[in-house]
Design a protein around this ligand. Sequence first.
Ligand code: F6R
Length: 615
Amino acid sequence: MCGIVGYVGSLRADDVVLEGLRRLEYRGYDSAGIAVVTEGTVASAKRAGKLVQLETALSESALPASGTGIGHTRWATHGAPNDRNAHPHLTRAQSIAVVHNGIIENFARLRAELEDADYEFQSETDTEVVAHLLDSVYDPATGLAEAMRVVCRRLDGAFTLVAIHADEPGVVVGARRNSPLVVGRGDNENFLGSDVSAFIGYTRKAIELGQDQVVELRTDSITVTNFDGTPAQITEYEVTWDAEAAEKGGYDYFMLKEIAEQPQAVADTLLGRINDDGLLVLDEMRLSDDDLRSVDKIVLIACGTAYHAGMIAKYAIEHWTRIPCEIELASEFRYRDPILTRDTLVIAISQSGETMDTLMALRHAREQGARVLAVCNVNGSTIPRESDAVVYTHAGPEIAVASTKAFLTQVVAVHLVALYLAQVRGTKWGEEIRHHVEQLAQMPSKIEELLTTMEPVREMAASMADAQTVLFIGRHVGYPVALEGALKVKELAYMHAEGFAAGELKHGPIALLEEGMPVVAIVPSPRGRSILHDKVISNIQEVRARGARMIVIAEEGDTDVEPYADVLIRIPAVPTLMQPILAVVPLQVFACALATAKGFDVDQPRNLAKSVTVE
Ligand code: F6R
């Protein structure tokens, strides 16, 4: 939520910052702005709307050349998305400019205090208090970094702040608490970004800023301190992907590229997971085998699409380990006083590793003594850093707001976690685990094969642009797939869509059905669990009898479904627990094509942003 960029070096800061904002625009697109230090003042430009509005403004009236600058792309929290509330926020004398991601919870009290001291506010944002507070404490002898430390100690809430001062050309100062900020180390130039994609075109050397730390960037130095001024430890790491991975690569939308990347993403998630002894290997495990053997309950926490991956995890973990497993929305978790002990393993699933609801739930779990394992895509982000163990999904950067490849890799990763637990606790033989891993290893080629058959799905979606509602039904692991299909349609095509457990329809929602209403059914494999298969066929018949148009997703060779399908979408045959890895793909393609047919920007759906860093 909100993208932040900072630059100090010998290039034109406005160009570098603008390029960073282009890469971060997925984090928010309500407004954008840039400020640079020039000849004893700060010059800035900002515009409501997508980045293109700012680009147009800058092409008409360029900012002065400067090697020191900051920028922001906004997802509005406090104050409407207009020019006035756009960041950067400046002091009246234009000596300080600041950009912010997060929410400053005590801003109203601070604002009242500043107004009493005759500071005039230009915006309704919480951020503007920081500009004036910096001004009120700034001492040229100790500089902007010290002013930032003093101010941060007065702030409550979540914030990443980046600031410049007219009297300190060649200096950019950043700070973070609960929101992300990464430093990029260049050659005689340094960068700040909400994530590494902001500067990946310039350097792959990165430093993740820790909690409650301030960084001062100069062209030739990076100084990190804690809010109390003590020096902080920093750990540099090399980003494993390059600028090309953060580009559209010839696709019209990032979402299309990310859907197409799914076979590779899943292959990367599986890569190197089996050691020479045939045992599963996780990325970072700070839990002993004894710890894992003593686990008597697992609680999965996540939001949105990651929550749907968590629902699938429950089926896999309980099936393979027999450990009781709960799944809960991270935003609800800590408010119901959950029962957690040292023997509870909490699994936090998050693509970004920054989702505030999940982070707060994780912290609550740890405070209660539970151990936390993160399933995460972004290396070194806050959620894995604060967990006891991590399984990275290695999906590469996911830039489209709607999650696709992250979901598939999360499902694969939670299967690995389930198998790892089964291995450590001895609930499955080594041979059985190897067998399941081998089946997972076949997924990339099956997804590849499936992706070549999606043209009819796109055509069907294009013909449905006028539909008012789409319903999705499924049972067992098909139920979370139904929820995920509906979420994709809602967020991309702005249409009413709902997912239901197929058996639940007759308890109320069936009243929604009207003649011709599209209903998508995810049909389990007819092999093995045939009762489940037969029950879904019965549910399809109930729906069809009420005039709905049945779109059926079924395994190749499942002839039982043929009489009941108005449209039949085939997926390769795989074990039931792994079916979501394939069944969700046509639903992603469907939602994307539906939104495109309606003329919507699938990468930047309205009102949304990628990393949700507020609660
Ligand atoms: C939907 C989507 C969101 C995220 C959710 C959690 O397509 O992307 O529902 O899944 O905001 O985000 P992460 O996984 O970053 O914690």
